[in-house]
Structures are given as structure tokens and as C-alpha cells.
Ligand binder design. Structure first.
Ligand code: E4P
Length: 218
């Protein structure tokens, strides 16, 4: 399973990368705004800065919502670095843009997926990744993990090469369940990735080992 970090914060990206378990980064316009990154030039530079930290898989989202501008923007984003994956929203023109960009050899991540039908459309258009938002589904009393399971099953049945990228992950149990279900990727805030480290018995056990060592090595 690949781990992506869902942030535009360079320090957090560095921290996750330094842990040695990071396979990529997802951003979105809200995450960029949270870091105060505005204006096209600054946004493109920020994507480049992210690419310089990680090995691959940096999702950069288009702002345009019509086909013509989406493909221009998608090609501009892809030209930043070979590590860029162009993030396209699940709308009609988005599906067409995915088809076009895939034909040009540009990887795409279809975002804002909330149903299996949307995921199927994106896969048929050739998306490299689909991003079902599980936390946002849970927020409206719909089981986000069930959607991941459904999409994984459909893609496996037909052998689609599109990877299921579980997004909008809120806590470690989401991540662990996604791993059980067979999601190809999980994109999470840093606290979810580092949250996997925690177990009180580990802390108690380590404290005891060190205390016993100290007793015998005075
Ligand atoms: C995915 O790529 C999105 O950036 C993200 O996971 C959305 O998460 P949120 O629902 O916490 O905003």
C-alpha cells in the first residue's frame, strides 16, 4: 500500500519523507490556500518545491472546470516535473480531460469521487488514480469505507489499472481499514501517518527495557 501525505505544508512533507515511508503527496486548492500560497507563479513554484522533496506522485489540481482550459492547465502542471500527477475533478469535462491527458502520457488523479459509478467512469477514461473521499461521506452518514470496498472489487473484477486512492482520511482506523480492504493508496494528514506509531504497551515496554538495562549497567 502506498502512503501519500495530504498537505501542502513543506515541513510536514519533509517530516513524512524523512520517516522513509512516503510515496507521494496530494494537495488541493484549499490546502494550498491554508499555506498562504496564492497567485499562479507562486502555486507552480510551490508544486516544484514539493517535487524536490519527494520521489514521485505529486498531485497538482487544476482550477479550470471546462475541457479546453483544463487540458491547457493540466499540461502546464505536468510540465513542472515528471513527478506531477494532474488532479482533475469528477465532472463531465473532467472525464474528457482525463482521456486527453492520458493519451498524452500524463498521469491523472480524478478527485471528488463519491460513488462507484464516478470511479468507473474515471477508470474507463484512463485515470491513473481515483480519489474517493471517505471522511466526507462519513460526515453525511454514508459509509465511506464501503465505497472503497466496492471500487476495489469493481477494478479487480475488470482488471483496471487505475489505482484506488483513499482520500479524506480522518484517523488511523480509516487507514488500517483501507489497507485491509485493499486500497492501493491512502492519502492522510501527517498525524494519521505518525499516529500508526502509537501504542501504550510499546511505551511501557520500552521504559521497562531501558530501566532494566540501567540497573545492570550502573
Ligand atoms: C484528496 O486528495 C483531498 O485533498 C483530501 O483528502 C480531502 O480531505 P478533507 O475531506 O479532509 O478535506
Amino acid at each position: 500500500m502506498k502512503f501519500f501525505i495530504d498537505t501542502a505544508n513543506l515541513d510536514e512533507i519533509r517530516e513524512a519523507y524523512d520517516l522513509g515511508v512516503l510515496d507521494g503527496v496530494t494537495t488541493n486548492p484549499s490546502l494550498m490556500a491554508k499555506e498562504g500560497i496564492t497567485g499562479e507563479e507562486n502555486i507552480l513554484k510551490h508544486y516544484k518545491d514539493i517535487c524536490d522533496i519527494v520521489d514521485d506522485n505529486v498531485s497538482a489540481e487544476v482550477i479550470a472546470t471546462d475541457y479546453a482550459n483544463m487540458i491547457v492547465e493540466g499540461e502546464r502542471l505536468a510540465a513542472i516535473d515528471d513527478k506531477i500527477v494532474v488532479k482533475i475533478p469528477m465532472i463531465k469535462d473532467g472525464v474528457k480531460a482525463i482521456k486527453y491527458l492520458t493519451g498524452k502520457g500524463i498521469r491523472t488523479n480524478c478527485t471528488l469521487i463519491f460513488s462507484a459509478g464516478q470511479a468507473l467512469l474515471a477508470a474507463k477514461a484512463g485515470a491513473s488514480y481515483v480519489s474517493p473521499f471517505i471522511g466526507r461521506l462519513d460526515d453525511v452518514s454514508t459509509d465511506g469505507l464501503e465505497l472503497i470496498e466496492q471500487i476495489v472489487h469493481i477494478f479487480q473484477t475488470y482488471g483496471y489499472g487505475t489505482e484506488v486512492l483513499a482520500a479524506s482520511i480522518r484517523h488511523t482506523m480509516h487507514l488500517i481499514k483501507c489497507a485491509e480492504i485493499g486500497a492501493d493508496v491512502a492519502t492522510c494528514p501527517l498525524k494519521v501517518i505518525t499516529g500508526l506509531l502509537n501504542h501504550p504497551l510499546t511505551d511501557i515496554g520500552l521504559e521497562k527495557f531501558l530501566a532494566d538495562y540501567a540497573k545492570g549497567n550502573k
